[in-house]
Design a protein around this ligand. Structure first.
Ligand code: ADE
Ligand code: ZN
Length: 337
């Protein structure tokens, strides 16, 4: 796009990338081999025949829940601390090339723990990748632990207890809590107690809502004390709630190309970027699951520009809101502005 060089050079903050969503088909097959993890039976699931067939399948997700099956299958090849470090490091290098100066990344410890990987292995592995990015790339990072809504609350309680016992928030190892996975079905307030306990400790909170769910999922998350909303595109269906989100300065972490690929919207034009700008709703633009979507953050910036033709001034508003909405101290914000 004509603004590609400008968008590349714009100092970006990413707030919505799942580290497990950075597992490419190539790395999936490599790690499966290296770790002796059995692949799904290609008879039953022909997508897993080869890198090429898996890549092709990733172009044809039919819904969020269809995607999630592949996303959780992908994770099974992550076994050792080094696997988690390698995955994070690979992402940070790419983000750095895309002009990202600060990255806040999600991970799903419950899912790894459920298949026998200790909490410490997961967090130590990912946080080593974060520290290397800080040291070698000058990228600041934040790890956000996500609860997954397809597992029972008791599973979330277990990782929360491990996180508290390890004092990982106080130590600056894990900086916030979120929730993700399937949206429609589980109770909207399933993490009420956990979010209240975390809020009491001053832990920043976010939630994946309004990706496919109606605005009542967004208001339920706000009621649980989130300071940020992941996706939240369905906010446009409730103008009153949209005014509230604008007034309270809640940041939406939008993932435009993910929304198209997972068929949450029919096309990029339906990601309500302009409506949010006009309503004064703050948002950042992010990649979500770049290795599954086949697009990283700069691809998302460029695609939004192609579809919505924003002005340089509008891009500066987006970039500035991304810095201000980051979970970093004022001195780092000042460096990024
Ligand atoms: N986990 C990873 N990507 C997700 C998405 N787009 N929505 C919900 N949960 C997710
Ligand atoms: Zn996400």
């Amino acid at each position: 796009s004509p603004l590609h060089d400008f968008l590349q050079g714009l100092p970006k903050c990413e707030h919505h990338a799942h580290l497990e969503g950075c597992l490419s088909p190539e790395l999936f097959f490599q790690l499966a081999e290296r770790n002796g993890v059995p692949l799904p039976d290609p008879e039953a699931n022909p997508a897993y025949a080869s890198v090429a067939t898996l890549k092709e399948r990733y172009k044809n997700f039919t819904s969020l829940d269809d995607f999630l099956v592949f996303f959780f299958q992908g994770m099974t090849v992550l076994q050792h601390e080094q696997d988690f470090t390698d995955l994070a490091w690979t992402y940070f290098q790419r983000a750095h090339r895309d002009g990202v100066h600060h990255a806040e990344v999600f991970f799903d410890p419950e899912v790894h723990r459920e298949r026998g990987i200790p909490y410490e292995t997961i967090v130590d592995g990912f946080s080593k990748g974060c520290r290397r990015a800080e040291r070698e790339l000058g990228l600041t990072t934040r790890l956000i632990m996500c609860f997954v809504r397809h597992l029972p609350v008791s599973s979330a309680e277990k990782v929360y207890d491990e996180f508290i016992s390890a004092r990982h928030f106080e130590a600056g190892v894990v900086h916030g809590l979120g929730c993700s996975s399937t949206e429609i079905g589980p109770p909207k307030d399933m993490y009420r107690e956990l979010y209240a306990a975390a809020a009491e400790r001053g832990i920043p909170l976010t939630a994946h809502v309004g990706e496919v769910g109606d605005p009542t999922y967004i208001s339920a998350a706000l009621e649980l004390g989130v300071q940020r909303i992941d996706h939240g595109i369905r906010l446009v269906d409730d103008p009153e709630l949209m005014r509230r989100v604008a007034r309270e300065g809640i940041l939406l972490t939008l993932c435009p190309l993910s929304n198209v690929l997972l068929r949450c919207v029919p096309s990029l034009e339906h990601v309500p970027v302009r409506r949010f700008l006009e309503a004064g709703v703050k948002f950042s633009i992010n990649s979500d699951d770049p290795a599954y979507v086949g697009a990283y953050i700069l691809d998302n910036y460029c695609a939004v520009q192609e579809a919505h033709r924003l002005s340089v001034a509008e891009w500066c508003v987006i970039a500035e809101n991304s810095v201000r909405g980051s979970w970093i101290g004022d001195s780092r914000k000042a460096e990024l502005l």
